[in-house]
Write a protein that binds this ligand. Sequence first.
Ligand SMILES: Cc1ncc(COP(=O)(O)O)c(C=O)c1O
Ligand SMILES: [Zn+2]
Length: 419
Amino acid sequence: MRASNVLGFKCVRCGKEWPDAKDYVCVSCGGNLDVVYDYRAIKKKLSRESLKKNRDTSVWRYREILPISRYRGVPVVHIGGTPLYKADRLGADLGLKDLWLKDDGRNPSASFKDRAGSVAVAKALELGEKVVTGASTGNAASSMACLTAGLGLKTIIFVPEKAPVAKIAQLLVFGATVIAVKGTYDQAFDLCLKATEEFGWYNRNTGHNPFTREGKKTASFEVVEQLGWKVPDKVFVSVGDGNIISGLWKGFKDFHSLGLIDRLPRLVGVQAEKSDAIKRAFESDGVIRPVSGETLADSISVSLPRDGDAAVKALRESKGFAVSVTDDEILDAMRATARRESVFGEPAGVASVAGLKKAAAQGLVQAGEKIVALITGNGLKDVASAMKAVGKPFLIEPDEGELQKLPGLLGMVPGRRTA
Ligand SMILES: Cc1ncc(COP(=O)(O)O)c(C=O)c1O
Ligand SMILES: [Zn+2]
C-alpha cells in the first residue's frame, strides 16, 4: 500500500525508481530505497500556518509528510517533541555563542530510535503484519519492543549478546522475544535478514527498511520549528549505520522542498575512531568498506554501516564533514554535557558533543554559528560505560566522626551553620 502523498521509491545507490518497497531494497543493485514525495500536493496541506494551529507535539504532527496512509492503532506513547536547550555554559567552554542541545533521550524508550520505530511500526500495522523483527545494537530493538507492546504484534529481536544490560532488560520487560546472538551487531543483522526471508516477518532493520529514515527526519522538523523557523548552520550527530544522519538530511530537504525554509544546514557526522567506515568513504571514493567497529559506544559500534550510501550523500550534499573521536573523548563529553547542561547521554548519545569539541578546537566551527548537537540516547542505557567516566563515591561508616573527616576531601571549608 502506498500513501497518497508518496510518488514512489528511489534507490540511494543507483537512482532507479520503484513503485513500491515490497522487497525493501532496490532489486537491481541492493541499494537502500528513499521515499519520494509529491511535494506539490503536500504544500497545499502543510504550511507554517497549519503547523502553528497544530496542537500535536509528537512525530504525528508531521503526518502530511510521512509515508503512512492509515493511522488507526499506531503507538499512543508520546514520541518526539523532545526539548531543544540553549547550552550557554557548554557553549562558553567550547568558545561557541549559539549552541543548542536536542535531548532525544527523552523519548519513551529513551533514545532517538523511537522516531524510526514510530513510522516502521505504523507501516507494519497498515500492512496488516503480525510479526515484526529487527536486529539492533540495542536501542532500535528496545524501541520496537516498547512501541509494539500491547498492539497485538509479535516482536522478535536479534541483538548482540554483549548489548548493554539495560537495553536487554527493556526488551524483555516490554515483552519482546529476544534472540541474543553470540557475535557482533553485523552478524545479528545478517541473521535477522535471513529470518525475514525464511519466515516472512516484517523487517525493521535500519536502512534496509526505507521507513526508518522517514521517522528520523522528524527531528529536523522540530529543530527548525523550535528555533523559530531559523535553520542551524551546522548539526552535529553521532553516526553508526548512518540512518540518523541521512534521516536528518531528508527532513531538512523536505522542509526546503516545501518552501518552509530557504536554506539548508551543514551536517557533521561523528564516528568512533575504529568505527569510522562512513568517514573513510566520505573522505575518499564514497565506497563503504568494513572496519573493526570497536568502541565503547555500543550504539555506534558498526563494522559495515547499513545506510552508508545515504549517509555519505547527506554529508556531501550538505557540504558537511566527518569527525572521529576516541572513547576517552566520548567519556569526557559525557561528563561535560551532564555537568554543564544537566543532560546525561549514553556514549553514542554524546559522541556528537565530543565531535563538536574537536571540530571547534580545529577551527572547523566559528564562534557565532548556530550549532545543534543531537543527544541521541539517555545515559541510563549504559551505566557500566558511564561509571568509566567517573570516580567512585566516598564510602564511610554511618558515623558522624567519619563524616567530620570528609570536608577537606570534599574540597569544602569546614564551617558552622549560623541561625
Ligand atoms: C544512541 C544512538 N546514537 C546514535 C546512533 C547512530 O545511528 P545510526 O546507526 O543511524 O547512524 C544510534 C544507533 O543505534 C543510537 O542508538
Ligand atoms: Zn539500485
